[in-house]
Each structure stands twice: as structure tokens, then as C-alpha cells.
Design a protein around this ligand. Structure first.
Ligand code: FAD
Length: 307
């Protein structure tokens, strides 16, 4: 029987683990497929307080893991496949075993949203990607396109200019959602060309050769065209990883876990922190903050059970 199981190993998960460990609850962190969460896939973090020169995403997450482990958090490289929250202690099934826990902290974050267009699934990992940091290196002196208009799309586009000879950023509107600083960085970059008011309707390619182009449609004129590219990066936002909890926890209309100001979910003893319950801020520091709050509340819940 575990005191508290933390599902997820991003900033919310490791901060929850740090606080639960310092409360002597010996928490168990189940990492999921992405040890360190979304930040472990990005290059430079410039806005996490305490690091004035910035640091690598992977480096920051290694430090968070080490800090939690130093106080007794245990880390299991496993994936939760099923939960039963209608009984107490809560029951969890992972790829390799089953667990029971007095309290649960859900920090499963979010995953990249996809376009669901022809060719996207077929060429995924063979020219279609959702992670420039992971795959940018393969596009040295090639031509690539990024779809999206937010900070992530700008960040991906700018990062890709390190390798690619040309980067198109395709956006369905004539204005970006990205912050001013990211917009001006992207617009100043000579390797980046914007394609406005345009959607991607198909990824074109050939078996064995990967992606060769995109079919585009101008949403104002209706005009269709093709664009020759070697790689296609999708940066159109994220969806919360809450499939496991459907029908067991209250979710909002976009699938985010509903929490109160103390990170309680609709089931007593189940807490949530980070992007999985935050459709608004979605930052490492806010994820860490809500992870901390979830752990403090989980501790209180367990102490009250013992009284
Ligand atoms: C490209 C990019 C750049 C970014 N740059 C910045 C930045 O500069 N500054 C900033 O503040 N924020 C940045 N962000 C946002 C930041 O990464 C997120 O806000 C933050 O990672 C959210 O943390 P989290 O702990 O809630 O979830 P995540 O980091 O999403 O972690 C979720 C964790 O849950 C695990 N998981 C999922 N499902 C399961 C399961 N079934 N079983 C077990 N584990 C599971 C995953 O393996 C993962 O470890 C960036 C995001 C991206 C994508």
C-alpha cells in the first residue's frame, strides 16, 4: 500500500514528489513515457525563476528529479493504463504491475494536438513531427514548414532555423497569437517566411521517401496550392492527458480535470496539478506551484485518514 502515488514526471509531478517526500510520505512517481515531461523535449528555458542565464529543459528536469529523490521520492519508469477511483484505497494498473494508494496526485500534463488530415498519421515520424528539438537535427540544409500561430510555433520555427535553410510558418489567420517577444524574434529571422490565412489540408509524400510537400488552402480566397517541404512540424497546441479518468473524475468541456483552489478533484483523496488541469497558464512555474499545492493537500488528507 502506497501513501501517495504521483502519475507523471513533469514539473508538477516532481514538485509534488519533492513536497510529499519532505513530508515523509515516501511518494512513488510513475513517470509515463516522457520522463521529465514536456520540458525535457525543449531546448532553452529562460523563464524559470532562479536561473538567470537560463538552462536546458532536460537539465532543469534532471535537477527537479534529483531534488525529489534526495528526500526519498521513488521513481518508477512505467505507464499507468487503468485506474479505479470508485474504491478506497485507489487502485492503479501499470504496464508491469498494480498498486493501491491512499492518495493520488495526477500530473499527466498534455500532448500535442494533431490536424487529423490525410498523410499526417502515415508520415508521422517520417517527416511529420511535433517536436523540433527532437527532430530538427535531421533537416540540415532542408526546407521545412511549421503550422501554428502561438509561442510554441514561433519557438519551433526559430529553433529549426539552426538546421534548415528555409522555414515556412503557416497560420490560418492573418495575426499571430504568440507573445510580442516571440513574434518579433520570428519575424526578424531571415530564414523564416510566413504564409498567412492558410490551412494545411494534406501531407504529401511517397512510401520510402517520406514527406515531399503539403497541400494548402487559402481560407480567404479558397485557392489551393502545394508547397514543397522535406519536413512538417505541427505546433497547434495541446490536449490534456485525461483519457484514463473519463467517467471517474469531473472534466471540463475540453477534457481538463476540474480542480478547486486547493487542487482537489471531484473525488476526495485525488488531487491534480499542472497542465492537466490548467487550460490557461500552461507554464512550468505554474505547474510546479499547483504540484506543490496538490502534495500539501494530499498530506493533509492522509494525516486526517490516520487520525
Ligand atoms: C516546446 C515547448 C516549450 C516550452 N517552453 C516552456 C518554457 O520556456 N517555459 C515554461 O514555463 N513552460 C514551457 N513550456 C510549457 C511547459 O513545458 C508545461 O507547462 C509543463 O511541462 C507542464 O508540466 P506538467 O508537469 O503539468 O506536465 P508535463 O510536462 O506535460 O508532464 C506530464 C507527465 O505525465 C506523464 N504521463 C502522461 N500520461 C501518463 C500515464 N498514463 N502514466 C504515467 N505518466 C503519464 C508524462 O510521461 C509526463 O512525464 C513548453 C512546452 C513545450 C511543448
Amino acid at each position: 500500500m502506497e501513501n501517495v502515488i504521483i502519475i507523471g514526471s513533469g514539473p508538477a509531478g516532481f514538485t509534488a514528489a519533492l513536497y510529499a517526500a519532505r513530508a515523509e510520505l515516501s511518494p512513488l512517481v510513475i513517470t509515463g513515457n516522457t520522463l521529465g515531461g514536456q520540458l525535457s523535449l525543449t531546448s532553452e528555458i529562460e523563464n524559470f525563476p532562479g536561473f538567470p542565464q537560463g538552462l536546458g529543459g532536460q537539465e532543469l528536469m534532471d535537477l527537479m528529479r534529483q531534488q525529489a529523490e534526495r528526500f526519498g521520492a521513488r521513481v518508477e519508469y512505467d505507464l499507468v493504463e487503468e485506474v479505479n477511483l470508485s474504491r478506497h484505497p485507489f487502485w492503479l494498473k501499470t504496464q508491469s504491475t498494480t498498486y493501491e494508494a491512499k492518495a493520488l496526485i495526477i500530473t499527466t500534463g498534455s500532448s500535442p494536438r494533431l490536424l487529423n488530415i490525410p498523410g499526417e498519421a502515415e508520415f508521422f515520424g517520417r517527416g511529420v513531427s511535433t517536436c523540433a528539438t527532437c527532430d530538427g537535427f535531421f533537416y540540415k540544409d532542408r526546407v521545412v514548414a511549421v503550422v501554428g500561430g502561438g509561442d510554441s510555433a514561433m519557438e519551433e520555427g526559430i529553433f529549426l532555423t539552426r538546421f534548415a535553410q528555409k522555414v515556412y510558418i503557416i497560420h490560418r489567420r492573418d495575426k499571430l497569437r504568440a507573445s510580442q517577444i516571440m513574434q518579433s524574434r520570428a519575424m526578424k529571422n531571415e530564414k523564416i517566411t510566413f504564409i498567412w490565412d492558410t490551412i494545411v489540408t494534406e501531407v504529401l509524400g511517397e512510401e520510402g521517401k517520406g514527406v515531399q510537400g503539403l497541400r494548402l488552402k487559402n481560407v480567404k480566397s479558397g485557392e489551393e496550392s502545394t508547397l514543397a517541404v522535406d519536413g512538417f512540424f505541427i505546433a497547434i497546441g495541446h490536449v490534456p492527458n485525461t483519457k484514463l479518468f473519463e467517467g471517474q473524475l469531473e472534466l471540463d468541456e475540453h477534457g481538463y480535470i476540474v480542480t478547486d483552489r486547493r487542487q482537489h478533484t471531484s473525488v476526495p483523496g485525488v488531487f491534480a496539478g499542472g497542465d492537466v488541469q490548467d487550460p490557461i497558464f500552461r507554464q512550468a512555474i505554474t505547474a510546479a506551484g499547483t504540484g506543490c499545492a496538490a502534495a500539501m493537500e494530499a498530506e493533509k488528507f492522509i494525516r486526517e485518514l490516520e487520525d
